[in-house]
Design a protein around this ligand. Structure first.
Ligand code: BJW
Ligand code: ZN
Length: 285
């Protein structure tokens, strides 16, 4: 059972805003996965501290040195593959599954942890019951792609990247004998790249339109663990505000969004989201 939330302060206001809201958007960034062990981008421990974005997360960087970019993504895949959803992912998934289509989960993250939480919570909700629970209301719109998919630079074919999901052998990803060879498309032989969105690249139009439609229709947009610096994602909560909805920000630090948020809750997501949304039950083995 969840602890009784406080009756005053930002948490209480967030609870009040969300209790009866029928249309809710959750917009998440790297901070929601920090407590799962996934590095964030900015900040003292962030990925950009030791790797400059323009060296690794642009199409120019990939054209210049695909081996370097692939080495970085292979390393990140191996890190993320061993990470599990934390109570923040699970609380969001639980709310989406219990409320159904009124909730939209939008993420900038490429770590697939919202998807894992959706499947785990669907199993937990179905536990002991005769029918399975459909995880799809809790599956996220992935604005910046997915670390575990590849895309062919020649024919555009998208495929699951082999050997990097949890439990899979890592031998195919790196070798003690030197850098792994550049991966090729099984359909046309073209060079594969990670199916993620780099700086200067357009986001998938349908996904973005769906996210903006949900944000504009939302009574509440809950913005969790993002620096609110990267566009167009950073404009989603502004669409909610412009349409008359409320914005709840959950972040240990202030961001450019804070001054405009209806309510800013300071602290780590894994503790705060369950306090605001209720604690999910045990995960099924
Ligand atoms: C916790 C916590 C805990 C810590 N609990 N919280 C308008 C204005 C200005 C610039 C632009 C603009 N429109 C477009 C641009 C350019 C650019 C941009 O935004 N630049 C700005 C940075 C200046 N945008 C683009 O280029 C985008 N493309 C585009 O607009 O295309 C237009 C176009 C149209 C038609 C044709 C062609 C082009 C694309 C952006 C792609 C971003 N890609 C990356 C890499 C993805 C792949 C990968 O992972 O490798 O996405 S960059 C990186 O930043 C990643 C993230 O998704 C994204 C956002 O980062 P996020 O999530 O905010 O993480 P952090 O680390 O910054 O912040 C973590 C936060 O968590 C902090 O606030 C902490 O305090 C907090 N936190 N622990 C809760 N426990
Ligand atoms: Zn191909």
């Amino acid at each position: 059972m969840s602890a009784t939330p406080p009756s005053q302060g930002p948490i209480a206001e967030a609870v009040r805003l969300l209790t009866d809201a029928r249309r809710v958007v959750f917009l998440t960034g790297a901070g929601i996965s920090a407590e799962s062990g996934v590095p964030t981008f900015r900040g003292p421990e962030g990925l950009w501290r030791s790797h400059r974005p323009e060296e690794l997360a642009t199409p120019e960087a990939f054209r210049r040195d695909p081996g370097l970019v692939w080495a970085w993504y292979r390393w990140r895949r191996s890190v993320v593959a061993s990470c599990r959803p934390n109570p923040a992912h699970r609380a969001i998934a639980r709310r989406a599954l219990l409320q159904g289509r009124g909730v939209t989960v939008v993420t900038q993250n490429v770590d697939a942890l919202h998807e894992a939480a959706a499947r785990e919570e669907a199993l937990a909700l179905a536990a002991g019951g005769p029918t399975r629970v459909d995880p799809s209301p809790a599956l996220p719109l992935e604005l910046h792609g997915n670390l575990f998919r590849d895309r062919c630079t020649r024919c555009g074919r998208v495929s699951e990247s082999p050997g990097v999901r949890e439990g899979a052998p890592r031998g195919a990803e790196a070798s003690a004998d030197g850098p792994a060879p550049l991966p090729g498309c099984t359909a046309c032989g073209g060079l594969l790249r990670p199916d993620v969105v780099w700086f200067g690249e357009a986001l998938d139009r349908e996904t973005l339109e769906e996210a903006f439609a949900a944000a504009s229709a939302a009574e509440v947009c809950v913005v969790v663990g993002t620096s609110s610096l990267v566009h167009p994602a950073a404009a989603l909560p502004l669409a909610t505000l412009e349409a008359g909805g409320a914005v709840v920000e959950v972040n240990p630090e202030a961001t450019p969004l804070t001054a405009r948020a209806t309510c800013a809750v300071r602290g780590p997501a894994a503790a705060l989201l369950p306090a605001i949304l209720g604690t999910p039950g045990p995960v099924m083995p």
